[in-house]
Write a protein that binds this ligand. Structure first.
Ligand code: NDP
Ligand code: 2IT
Length: 450
């Protein structure tokens, strides 16, 4: 065992003991610590200041009950959290997730990752995540509104434009942010940018809806350009059919690629002809307006097939873009993708790749873009929304998109800077982890023992 490996082992044993049963959080920390341990050992100032120990302990966690009334007059109870992970380089910033699988472990992994991601954007944002074990599926708009209003009655005292700025994530889109912001504004009696992802008529930014998916494909384009190739002409598998998936598919198609899959938690659709703009318009309406299911795609486009309870990774493609949820690519999916000669994997979702699968991609020479780099475009445009709110003005769609493209390019350069290996290849996992770490760690060292 090298000294980095034994340090990693001892560090992870301690972390697992302090956070028992939190498998997602442990996984996210292990992935980062694998990259960071050799770097920290080369820079004793970080070790002396116990930066890794401090960065893996959230600043605070708020846990609260949300009581609300459903349309039949029943009293319902959910649990909600806000994990304020690290505000060393700016106010806490990160999404809210509403899904029945939300636990403290899931939100700690997301808040931890967010700290590195936000650092990579170059904008002054700390890391946070929140959410509730509430299932919006099958709920009426009024039920969702009452839930959001009840949640905000507690959350509002913990957030603010210079304190903590929530946004969307799984199950939290434009509808939910509108209800949350409307209630926040009432309770605070202030119109300030305390949430992002707002509607365009009340302080939202152009391009925020598209930003995560577009940014993820811009990142692919940067990786491919770096080896003299491009997205143009490639075949792509996208998973999910929510916000990130739809706009990743849209940008990939605009850049000349053919997107052949989309999915949801019931299965995936395979359209060998490609999901062109007209078909994507159907999906947008289906998911964003009708709140339908992806299998309805084949009723409209019968050349496509639906594969119940399966994930799209068996379809041979050049590029895989997982945009649904954590751990949706396991070791056997990775083996299948490698057998089918996948060239690029770009994570639109947070931690969609299991650790063993990520190792396989790296060993197999795949251009593997970790979420904290590849999906940072969403929070980056959230940061731009905060800037516009503070300035009380609004930038055009073109202006925001240009800034997003530049930010993704900068993130790519940072990954290359810290992740370039002796043979000239780039390990984007190491690059993103180390580049994200340095800015936060430098601030923490400067602050002393805080
Ligand atoms: P949405 O709620 O808009 O869509 C989520 C999609 O993923 C749906 O198609 C959903 O299917 C599917 N999905 C969710 N959970 C599961 C599951 N357990 N198993 C299989 N499929 C699942 O969310 P987003 O598109 O916003 O988020 C997708 C991912 O991207 C998440 O990992 C999120 O953290 C990440 N992300 C989002 C950002 C944003 O700006 N929104 C920014 C950066 C990252 P179904 O409808 O069946 O549940
Ligand atoms: O995971 C993420 O980066 C998000 N869900 C977006 C967070 C934000 O504050 O826009």
């Amino acid at each position: 065992m090298t000294s980095a490996e034994s340090e990693l082992d001892a560090f992870m044993k301690g972390l697992e003991k302090r956070n028992p049963g939190e498998s997602e959080f442990q996984q996210a920390v292990r992935e980062v610590a694998e990259s960071l341990m050799p770097f920290v050992l080369e820079h004793p100032k970080y070790q002396k200041a116990q930066i890794l120990e401090r960065m893996t302990e959230p600043d605070r966690v708020i846990i609260f009950r949300v009581t609300w009334e459903d349309d039949d007059g029943n009293i319902r109870v959910n649990r909600a959290w806000r994990v304020q992970f690290n505000n060393s380089i700016g106010p806490y910033k990160g999404g809210m997730r509403f899904h029945p699988t939300v636990t403290l472990s899931v939100l700690k992994f997301l808040g931890f990752e967010q700290t590195f991601k936000n650092s990579l954007t170059g904008l002054p944002m700390g890391g946070a995540k929140g959410g509730a074990n509430f299932n919006p599926k099958g709920k009426s708009d009024n039920e969702v509104m009452r839930f959001c209003q009840s949640l905000m009655i507690e959350l509002h005292r913990h957030i603010g434009e210079d304190t903590d700025v929530p946004a969307g994530d799984i199950g939290v889109g434009g509808r939910e942010i509108s209800y949350l912001f409307g209630q926040y504004k009432r309770l605070a009696n202030r119109f300030v940018g305390t949430l992002t992802g707002k509607g365009l008529s009340f302080g939202g930014s152009h391009g925020r809806t598209e930003a995560t998916g577009y940014g993820c494909i811009y990142f692919c384009e940067n990786m491919l350009n770096n080896i003299g190739d491009s997205v143009n002409g490639k075949t792509i598998a996208v998973s999910g059919s929510g916000n990130v998936a739809i706009y990743a598919a849209e940008k990939a198609t605009q850049l000349g690629a053919k997107v052949v899959t989309l999915s949801d938690s019931s299965g995936f659709i395979h359209d060998p002809d490609g999901i062109d703009p007209e078909k994507l318009a159907f999906v947008k309406d289906l998911k964003e307006v009708q709140r339908g299911r992806i299998h309805q795609y084949i009723d409209r486009f019968p050349n496509a097939t639906f594969h119940k309870d399966q994930r799209p990774w068996s379809v041979p493609v050049d590029i895989a873009v997982p945009c649904a949820t954590q751990n949706e690519i396991d070791a056997s999916d990775a083996a299948t993708l490698l057998t089918n000669r996948v060239k690029v994997v770009s994570e639109g979702a947070n931690m969609p790749t299991e650790l063993a699968a990520a190792h396989q991609f790296l060993q197999g020479g795949v251009l593997f873009a970790p979420a904290k780099a590849a999906n940072a475009g969403g929070v980056a445009v959230s940061g731009l929304e905060q800037s516009q709110n503070a300035l009380r003005l609004s930038w055009s769609h073109e202006e925001v998109d240009l800034k997003l493209q530049n930010i993704m390019k900068e993130i790519h350069s940072k990954c290359v800077n810290y992740g370039k290996k002796a043979d000239g290849s780039v390990n984007y996992v190491d690059g993103a982890n180390i580049a994200g770490f340095v800015k936060v760690a430098e601030s923490m060292v400067a602050y002393g023992a805080v």
